[in-house]
Design a protein around this ligand. Structure first.
Ligand code: NAP
Length: 317
């Protein structure tokens, strides 16, 4: 496992991390908590020291699973946890298993409340990193949300702060990083072999300011492992019914085919490993956070950290 600093001001972390949305028991259909805990243990055993989560994942369930695992580990203090806030699910907490919308709330009052709740669930005194959970432009253009982050840092409730950039808004929202780069230490960005918009404006800006870049959805919800076919379907409650609808699936799979020569060139590695390597080989990207539902998935994915002899250019068609 390779480690690097998460930008100029961030902590030293493994270049492959663990994304915990998939184990939340919500949005991805039913999950098995025992398998999820084993997956997190496997991640830490393999040298991962960076876990991405959000308060809203499973309405607190992902954070609770992380806490349960960390409580069993002597090395828990070495783990960097990045959580998120801004989706207010608290009024609906009793309906955690149901498909209900949540309210966006990035007010100082709500963010302070949300961080307190995450600290309790994770059983830590400070959050290593707080990310605003993908706010829209109407929030990002106002001062309140930035005042909230400054306040949370000043009170010592969070050590670092950042912002998870809305999917497909990488260029439209890049000026926010320009404006608030003093405060924003990390950004989280949707980026993978087939979705590379962030390369145009956002990544050069992140490089200019030394911003830490966390790469989410690096496997395109599992598609870049090569396991889906045009006729693949997803179970009840799995967001991929929409996000990988038959039309989207066909189109992504067509694009994916174009990378077969790259996969053929490195037969020792799986498409998942090479797809993750692609992300972390971009000079702006510090860590990929593939979701892992099982120990086996995690153990496959971590290998990507060590394939550092394959340059970014090797993936360009
Ligand atoms: N707005 C935001 O801030 C935001 C949005 C999305 C994600 N995120 C973060 O980014 C993380 C990563 O994104 P993601 O989990 O949505 O997508 P992803 O990492 O691209 O895909 C994860 C899914 O792919 C499958 N998978 C993973 N490794 C595999 C392997 N080796 N072989 C076969 N299948 C494998 C698993 O699902 P199956 O086994 O069910 O196929 C897993 O849940 C999330 O967990 C979350 O922490 C943040």
């Amino acid at each position: 496992m390779k480690y690097r600093n998460l930008g100029l001001k961030g902590p030293k972390i493994s270049t492959v991390g663990f994304g915990s949305w998939g184990i939340s028991g919500r949005d991805w259909g039913k999950t098995d908590d025992n398998n999820s805990r084993k997956a997190i243990h496997a991640a830490i055993d393999a040298g991962i020291n960076f876990i991405d989560t959000a308060d809203v994942y499973g309405f607190g369930h992902s954070e609770e699973l992380i806490r349960q695992v960390l409580d069993e580990r002597p090395d828990k203090d070495k783990i960097v946890i990045a959580s998120k806030a801004g989706n207010n699910f608290y009024p609906f907490i009793e309906q955690a298993g149901k498909d209900i919308p949540v309210n966006n709330d990035y007010s100082v009052k709500h963010l302070e409340f949300a961080v307190e709740q995450s600290l309790k669930r994770l059983n830590v005194e400070k959050l290593d990193i707080l990310q605003l959970h993908s706010p829209g432009p109407e929030i990002l253009e106002q001062d309140e949300v930035w005042i909230a982050l400054e306040k949370l840092k000043a009170t010592g409730k969070i050590i670092h702060c950042g912002w998870s950039v809305q999917s497909f808004q990488e260029t439209a929202q890049a000026h926010i990083l320009e404006r608030h780069h003093d405060l924003i230490e990390v950004i989280q960005v949707r980026y993978n072999l087939l979705e590379r918009k962030a390369e145009d404006v956002l990544f050069p800006m992140a490089l200019k300011y030394g911003t830490g870049v966390i790469v989410r959805i690096p496997l395109l919800f599992g598609l870049l492992t090569g396991k889906f076919r045009p006729a693949s379907t997803f179970g009840e409650g799995d967001h991929r019914r929409f996000n990988l609808s038959p039309e989207k699936l066909s189109s992504y799979l067509e694009d994916f085919k174009g990378y077969q020569p790259v996969f053929d060139k490195y037969p020792r590695y799986s498409p998942a490993q090479l797809s993750l390597r692609f992300c972390i080989s971009h000079p702006a990207c510090h860590v990929v956070i593939p979701g892992g539902k099982t120990r086996e998935q995690v153990q496959e994915n971590v290998i990507a950290s060590d394939i550092d002899f394959i340059a970014h250019e090797a993936f360009l068609k």
